[in-house]
Design a protein around this ligand. Structure first.
Ligand code: MF3
Ligand code: CO
Ligand code: CO
Length: 275
């Protein structure tokens, strides 16, 4: 019932796991194009993790309470799929948007990160949803420092999404992570400033906003995993694993191919530590 404060040794291992998870996304990037199946992306990532990295794909056979074991090694959520899309025969078409979510285990520690990809040129609305959701992730990250509250993160994400006319999925959240895939705390992507627990250096958790172009309501598919928007509007998600440092934050899931940090992050960070 409590949030683990990671030791220096834990943190060193989490840096490695985080970088490796991000590098799977770098690896798969050139393969994400029209004509490929999500099942093929899963197979390519699985083999890269196991044979090249020597990592374990954490989703494979993952079975939290109330769920059947997850059957694949990655999650691929296409268009109106919000999260936990199960790879299979679905062929990516020109204009599709897809979230690829990678969680690796290395030396007993988890690294968890996801990005949005596009097959060919997406619609203007789809592009905007992906870009704003990426900004939402970083609006949340910029709040992270000792003494900040979880509600500060949720509020920053929600405010940015809603200011663009988008909605925040409420049923899923970021999570503590370490030797276990999902640990305390729950990191909501909505909330009020000053509410929720106060952050301490040494905490590690994900921020992973799911943002819908339409209404926030979701449904689960009969496969027991895939989450879709109830109104079939497009949905986007990005995820990083974050360490709370004495100075603020360290993003553990960066790699050579990670998109640039938005310019507002430095000024938001400075503003959040001002009295
Ligand atoms: N990687 C997802 C997360 O960010 C969890 C996927 S669970 C799975 O928390 F079983 F669907 F893989
Ligand atoms: Co996660
Ligand atoms: Co994830």
């Amino acid at each position: 019932m409590s949030i683990e404060i990671k030791t220096a040794q834990d943190i060193e291992k989490m840096r490695i796991a985080g970088r490796l998870a991000a590098e799977v996304l770098d690896f798969i990037t050139p393969h994400v194009k029209a004509g490929v199946t999500t099942g093929r992306l899963d197979k390519l990532c699985h083999d890269y993790m196991v044979d090249v990295q020597g990592t374990i794909p954490a989703p494979l056979d993952y079975a939290p309470p109330g769920h059947r074991p997850y059957p694949k090694s990655i999650c691929t959520s296409v268009n109106h799929q919000v999260s936990h899309g199960v790879p299979g025969d679905k062929v990516l078409k020109h204009g599709d948007i897809v979230n690829i979510d990678i969680t690796v285990i290395k030396d007993g520690y988890h690294g968890d990160t996801s990005r949005m990809f596009t097959a060919g040129e997406p619609s203007i609305q789809a592009r905007r949803l992906c870009d704003v959701t990426y900004e939402c992730l970083w609006k949340g990250i910029a709040q992270v420092r000792p003494g900040a509250n979880l509600g500060d993160i949720g509020h920053a994400v929600q405010r940015h999404a809603e200011s663009h006319g988008f909605s925040v999925v409420r049923e899923f959240c970021g999570h503590g992570i370490g030797r276990r895939f999902h640990e305390e705390p729950q990191v909501l992507h909505y909330g009020r400033p000053g509410q929720g627990i106060a952050l301490q250096a040494g905490m590690i958790f994900t921020i992973e906003p799911m943002i819908n172009a339409g209404r926030r309501d979701i449904r689960s598919l009969a496969d027991g995993w895939t989450i879709v928007t109830a109104d079939h509007s497009l949905s986007a998600q990005w995820e990083h694993t974050i360490l709370v440092t004495p100075e603020g934050f360290e993003v553990l899931t960066l790699s050579a191919g990670a998109p640039a940090v938005p310019a507002f992050v430095e000024s938001d960070r400075t503003a959040s530590v001002a009295p």
